[in-house]
Design a protein around this ligand. Structure first.
Ligand SMILES: [Zn+2]
Length: 432
């Protein structure tokens, strides 16, 4: 826990200290842990506090139609297009203080750094704190970045939380209207780019001794449900050679998933995270098992090939053990590549401040950037976090890393400005 220092200029320390400030009530809906769901009381208090910090940093602050906090640092001309910098302000239950929030705080520090130097750009900078990324209140996630990107589906707004409170009612508490929700959408021609700094939520940067990383893509994901059907029987009387044990078969399948996941590039991962055993009693040979399979990779084709291998391996195991196997695809999220031109600028910015060749990595976790990529080119900067721990109160970052990240963000914005001409950024068409 970092205590706020007397230092009142832009710094990584201040970004971290502010995340810590926001980690407790009244910025949390729980008294003894951090839980900041979308449109809760903690969210409201948080937006007031962030708005004050944005104003202090030289921005005008507003809450948009979807409940996102948006601070605008004007460009040299009032109707200039926008460079968006942001992340999310909501948390999971008993979450960490830096997941999402640190990216928002670093956005504010980035603007403050330039404002302290009196620097204006030929574009505006807006810092956005998305209200819902985690989906910890309503049964969807990234609702508010989808509103901003203009990619909401009709069914997205017919939502109620676990207590039966509808989205319309929750918005009403914020002075917002469901009918205007989709009006948070931004015009494509107004948004130059979206840049997000986020803790890695994984162990790679720490293990390899890098403070920062540049994200090349957000992984493609498949989620399957596998149902293995054997024959239940008495655990005392059914001879071993006559068994068709669904759980023993499933166990072999889990190991096959692990083996195939481990046989590809480092960003290929395959996980069985949930399993239900039927009937699930000690004295009955299991007759049916249902389990989940999650497969991710930075490149869709790599994920697809692994999923094909998993299908074949599981079918072989089922045939050899004479059990039934039913695989259902439940979720298919395509890979989201970050913009190559922006990522190159980010890599150069990281090199500017660290002097080292930047670590480039795939994000296995989803982020608002994957939604925002449907509106504008995106880039992501990862910060190392202690032990790779996230979605947990033990989440921690080093102040020095936050400072290095702030310096990389300001270097990025400076480089972004240099690519700019009256005709727009001097990126190739392919890079935009
Ligand atoms: Zn996050």
């Amino acid at each position: 826990m970092v205590r706020m220092s007397a230092r009142e200029t832009a710094s990584g320390l201040r970004a971290v200290a502010r995340c810590d400030d926001l980690g407790v009530a009244p910025y949390s809906d729980a008294d003894d842990h951090l839980f900041r769901p979308y449109l809760g009381a903690g969210h409201a208090a948080t937006l007031d506090r962030i708005a004050a910090w944005m104003t202090e940093a030289g921005m005008t602050a507003r809450v948009d139609a979807a409940g996102n906090i948006v601070g605008r640092y004007e460009g040299r001309h009032s109707d200039a297009p926008v460079l968006l910098i942001g992340s999310h302000v909501d948390s999971v239950r008993d979450g960490g203080r830096y997941d999402g929030m640190l990216g928002v705080m670093l956005g504010i520090e980035t603007v403050a750094w330039f404002a302290e130097r009196g620097h204006r750009f030929p574009f505006a900078i807006e810092v956005i704190g998305f209200g819902d990324e985690e989906g910890s209140r309503f049964p969807v996630s990234m609702l508010t970045s989808r509103a901003v990107a203009g990619v909401l589906g009709d069914q997205d707004l017919a939502l109620a939380d676990a207590a039966g409170v509808g989205l319309a009612e929750a918005l009403d508490g914020f002075g917002l209207e469901l009918a205007r929700f989709a009006g948070a959408a931004r015009h494509r021609e107004d948004v130059l780019a979206y840049v997000e700094a986020h803790i890695e939520q994984g162990p790679v940067l720490e293990a390899e001794g890098h403070a920062l990383g540049v994200v090349s893509a957000i992984a493609a994901q498949y989620r399957f449900r596998a149902v293995v059907t054997g024959v239940a029987g008495h655990a005392g009387t059914m001879a071993m050679r006559l068994r068709r044990d669904a759980l023993a078969a499933a166990a072999e399948m889990v190991l096959a998933v692990e083996r195939i996941g481990g046989a590809g590039p480092e960003d290929l991962v395959a996980t069985v995270g949930r399993m239900e055993v039927g009937p699930g009693v000690p004295n009955v040979v299991p007759g049916a098992v249902t389990f989940s399979i999650d497969v991710r990779a930075g490149v869709g084709a790599v994920r697809d090939r692994a999923a094909d291998e998993i299908r074949v391996a599981l079918a072989d195991i089922a045939a050899r053990r004479t059990v039934g196997l039913d695989l259902t695809l439940q979720q298919d999220l395509p890979a989201t590549p970050c913009d190559s031109g922006l990522s190159r600028l980010m890599a150069e910015a990281v090199r500017d401040v660290t002097g080292a060749e930047p670590r480039v990595l795939v994000s296995g976790a989803g982020h608002d950037a994957m939604v925002m990529a449907r509106l504008a080119p995106v880039a992501m900067l990862f910060l190392r976090c202690r032990g790779g721990v996230s979605h947990h109160p033990a989440e921690a970052v080093e102040v020095d890393d936050a400072q290095t990240a702030l310096e990389a963000m300001t270097a990025f914005v400076t480089r972004f400005e240099h690519t700019w001409s009256d005709a727009g950024p001097a990126l190739t068409e392919e890079e935009r």
